[in-house]
Design a protein around this ligand. Structure first.
Ligand code: ADP
Length: 361
């Protein structure tokens, strides 16, 4: 069992930089939480405070109901996997994986069993006598995970563990981490700047910007119902299109488009009648067949989809737009494609908060 509760945690570094503001999170037993956000938003700082590698400036941390705010890192029963693996080059894979247990002077038979079991889970059984330099990047990453597994910690912490791997290996290792999570049923916190990793790995995502939590929710909640413009722009690839739009009677009007609103949308936008809002439309929600004229700038074939970049509206006031059309097209610069918006998101222009959505963050 491992439940982690982070309550009102702040981090102010010695140089008076506040890196984290009022971070709150209850991690359930066996949950895989991904902290995601752009570089510098405070993800690593948060993880390091949880690990005990960084002091907490304010707030409280509880593990299984016991306060650990001041507990030294080595007594927190957590294991951290870093991006640079930090393996010992002169030791074999076996010795690397056994290292922390050897330090703790565990019984050699117990150590042996634990290392073999971890190697089995990670597919490293045939590599145990090799040195780290003889392994691929992906295998080394697995050894780093193996070192954590043998310790059987209450919580696994991952700090950008895949960022040194190439794209293909990242995908494969991501799937391994998922499998590992299923097998161990362990509580895990995982930090990444990569929204794809967040969407594919997380039970729940914590999306951060400039030290503040923007939204906590399942991948689908963040994708389908972003709390604000920041989350909407950060989650999803290619990123969401944003357009200024004025709320008219039954319609939304902007440069290059005039779209009808459903009854539900009309209700949501009632308080904004006559005002300007920001309309968000994901590229995959721009589809062929409507009465919006998209002027093509470039065309990228992705296989099942074609990514079309261009603009709607004319002249200097045109809106840039990306559309991910289902199917294979070979549009040329200057072509006109008729499109429509199949799903819309609305944001308050001043606050960026999503309109018509209960904010759960
Ligand atoms: P992320 O992991 O999201 O990239 P970090 O947690 O590493 O972000 O950093 C958050 C902010 O804290 C950044 O502005 C960074 O410059 C600052 N910061 C990180 N570590 C230190 C430190 N040791 N001393 C002072 N400021 C730091």
């Amino acid at each position: 069992m491992a439940q982690l509760s982070v309550q009102h945690v702040d981090k102010i570094y010695d140089n008076n930089v506040q890196a984290v503001f009022d971070f709150n999170l209850d991690v359930k037993d066996g949950e895989l939480i991904v902290l995601v956000g752009p570089s510098g938003c405070g993800k690593s700082t948060t993880l390091r405070m949880i690990a005990g590698l960084e002091d907490i400036s304010a707030g409280h941390l509880f593990l299984d109901g016991k306060e650990i705010t001041q507990t030294p890192a080595k007594d927190r029963d957590m294991a951290m996997v870093f991006q640079n693996y930090a393996l010992y080059g002169h030791m074999t894979i076996y010795e690397n994986m056994a290292f922390s247990l050897t330090l703790r002077k565990e019984n050699p038979n117990v150590i042996h069993k634990k290392v073999l079991a971890a190697a089995e889970i990670l597919g490293l059984t045939s590599q145990l006598n090799k040195k780290p330099s003889q392994l691929s990047g992906g295998q080394r990453q697995r050894v780093a995970m193996g070192r954590s597994i043998v310790r059987n910690p209450k919580v696994f912490l991952f700090d950008e563990p895949l960022s040194n791997l190439d794209a293909k290996l990242r995908g494969a290792t991501r799937r391994e981490i998922l499998l590992l999570h299923k097998r161990l049923q362990a509580t895990m916190l995982y930090v990444t700047h990569d929204q794809t990793e967040a969407l594919t790995l997380a039970d729940r995502i914590v999306c951060m910007s400039m030290g503040h939590v923007q939204q906590v929710g399942t991948p689908l909640e963040l994708y389908d119902s972003p709390a604000n413009r920041f989350v909407a722009s950060f989650i999803g690839l290619p990123p969401m299109n944003f357009f200024d739009a004025t709320v008219r009677e039954g319609e939304l009007e902007g440069r290059g488009f005039r779209v009808k609103l459903s009854e539900e949308e009309k209700g949501i936008l009632l308080p904004y009648a006559g005002k300007e809002i920001e309309l968000g439309v994901r590229p995959e929600d721009v589809q062929g067949g409507g009465d919006i004229a998209l002027n093509v700038f470039s065309n990228e074939n992705l296989g099942m989809n074609t990514l079309v970049h261009g603009h709607i509206g004319d002249g200097e006031l045109a809106n840039r737009i990306s559309a991910k059309l289902r199917g294979w097209y070979d549009y040329k610069e200057g072509d006109r494609v008729s499109v429509e918006f199949s799903r819309k998101h609305f944001f308050d222009k001043e606050t960026g908060v999503a309109i018509g959505r209960e904010v759960k963050a």
